[in-house]
Design a protein around this ligand. Structure first.
Ligand code: KIV
Ligand code: ZN
Length: 510
């Protein structure tokens, strides 16, 4: 029996990147886009080009390099947005402009001070302009789940008549209940007379923890495209998670009777790459990709799984790319072996970078006997940090103990100049951060600090994520090392360098 294929539209690089502090450099975007292509998503929303030069360049780079999936750029129903989106997209093999306008009463009144007719005119004009530039045009009535039904049906019909090839129904604020959202999709299918001329898509946010449930209810009621993000990252509580939606459709094909084109064995790799490049850790009990998702703790469960895995496993770990023999490299591995493994993990190390990466790899291999894929992800997230390093870590020395005042001496280099500061603190990390503050001299507050071992074992690499706040904006930093103090210093310094790089980029004449 052939099953209907549900199209997977990934918006990790656009809505996902709207997670606080999660901004990506353009090359990091390209690295993730390449991995999304290997995952075989149908569309990649690469950014919102009019919103900044970096967004424009990110979309342009992805459009120029990625073949296969449609490359999508977001634009409000405003001429300038649409023209800039097209400019960024035009080299894509399959470009798509995604234009949107808010249609709920509260958004129309408060954001636009416009009535339904004026909003409908904006939508039609936006879709027509996009269509004059690009064959594939997606239209979203923002906040659809809180939009009056009759107006929603009217604007969807008008957008299709104006040339939209995809209609996306977003639950922008994660307000809908699954039954209600499913019924809404069914109504759009049944009551919009020209709906068969467009692909019907859904885009759900997770404010009530229902994004995946709402997405699946929509599929069950006739949605043909799902808009999702890797690890469910996104604005506020995030978006529907790609891996959860895809694996639900696969595991319960008996219920949904649908399929996707996703290469599910790439799921775990993609999840780890996104987590480490965005600096957003995955919670251990996260469905599908959490470190506990396939771990069986109770003796009864373990015994049963040994007898027959399907007693407690509804999916095979191999299906998402989890391999039990994940040990890959060690101190005797050569440069070629390292390069091949990195390429399998989705990185394309350039010959000029490989020497440095190999040196870092040997340092890790010297401290650890076995180097796992997770270690390589952590290593590469240090290496692919694109922020221009104003300050680099030269050395550090820590004095700590339960009867000692924790003291840190840290040396930083900036070009030829090396500066040094010492400070005391509540603990060694606090002392080191105080020393860094004195040298870098940026008023920041540390909002969040998290440390995780990227693998099990006493010799695991520690990966540190920090969030710092500077002038009302959150910045994220990450660092990894087998020494957790070093990882902590690198993470904080990364965040500070990001702030300095942004200040330089926006300085007049730069
Ligand atoms: O959540 C939302 O409504 C969006 C639109 C731009 C589709 O992200
Ligand atoms: Zn959204």
């Amino acid at each position: 029996m052939s099953r209907e294929r549900i199209l997977v539209f990934d918006t990790t690089l656009r809505d996902g990147e709207q997670s606080p502090g999660a901004s990506l450099g353009v090359n990091e975007k390209l690295t993730i886009a390449e991995q999304l292509a290997r995952l075989r998503v149908d569309a990649i929303e690469a950014g919102f080009p009019v919103s900044s030069q970096a967004q424009f360049e990110g979309v342009q780079l992805v459009a120029a390099h990625i073949k296969g999936p449609a490359i999508v750029a977001l634009a409000r129903c405003i001429d300038k947005d649409i023209d800039v989106a097209w400019e960024a997209l035009k080299k894509a093999q399959r470009p798509r402009i995604h234009t949107f306008v808010a249609t709920s009463k509260i958004h129309m009144e408060k954001k636009f001070r416009k009535g339904e007719d004026e909003i409908l005119e904006m939508a039609v004009a936006g879709v027509k302009r996009a269509k004059s530039l690009c064959e594939e045009v997606e239209f979203s009535p923002e906040d659809s789940a809180r939009t009056g039904l009759e107006f929603l049906l009217r604007i969807v019909e008008a957008a299709i008549s104006a040339g939209a090839t995809v209609i996306n129904i977003p639950d922008t604020v994660g307000f809908a209940m699954p039954e209600q959202f499913g019924a809404l999709i069914r109504t759009v299918r049944e009551r919009v007379p020209n709906i068969h001329k467009a692909i019907l898509s859904v885009h759900c946010h997770n404010d009530l923890g229902l994004a995946v449930a709402n997405t699946l209810a929509a599929v069950h009621n006739g949605a043909q495209q799902v808009e999702v993000t890797v690890n469910g990252v996104g604005e506020r509580a995030g978006n529907a998670s790609l891996e959860e939606v895809v694996m639900a459709l696969k595991t319960r094909a008996d219920f949904f009777g649908k399929t996707t084109n996703i290469e599910t064995r790439e799921i775990l790799r993609t999840s780890r790459m996104v987590s480490s490049l965005m600096g957003i850790p995955v919670q251990p009990n996260k469905a599908i990709v959490g470190s506990n998702a396939f771990a069986h703790e109770s003796g009864i469960h373990q015994d049963a799984v040994i007898k027959d895995a399907t007693t407690y496993e509804i999916m095979s770990p191999q299906d998402i790319g989890l391999q039990s023999n994940a040990i890959v490299l060690g101190r005797h591995s050569g440069r070629h072996g390292l390069k091949m493994r990195l390429m399998e993990l989705g990185y394309q190390p350039q010959p000029a970078e490989l020497d440095h990466i190999y040196q870092r790899f040997l340092e890790i291999a010297d401290r650890k006997k076995e180097v796992f894929d997770e270690d390589l992800f952590a290593l590469m997230s240090n290496e692919t940090q694109e922020t221009k390093e104003t300050w680099s870590l030269a050395y550090f020395h820590i004095l700590s103990g339960n009867k000692t005042v924790p003291t840190a001496t840290v040396g930083l280099s900036r070009g030829e100049q090396v500066v040094q500061e010492a400070a005391v603190g509540d603990g060694p990390v606090d002392a080191a951060y105080r020393a860094l503050d004195r040298m870098v001299n940026l008023p920041v507050t540390l909002q969040d600090y998290s440390l995780r071992g990227v693998t099990g074992g006493k010799d695991a690499i520690g990966e540190v994520f920090v969030r710092v706040r500077h002038e009302g904006v959150t910045w994220l930093g990450r660092g990894a090392s087998t020494d957790i103090i070093e990882a902590s210093i690198r993470a904080y310094l990364h965040a500070l360098n990001r702030i300095l790089a942004a200040q330089t980029a926006s300085a007049p004449g730069s």
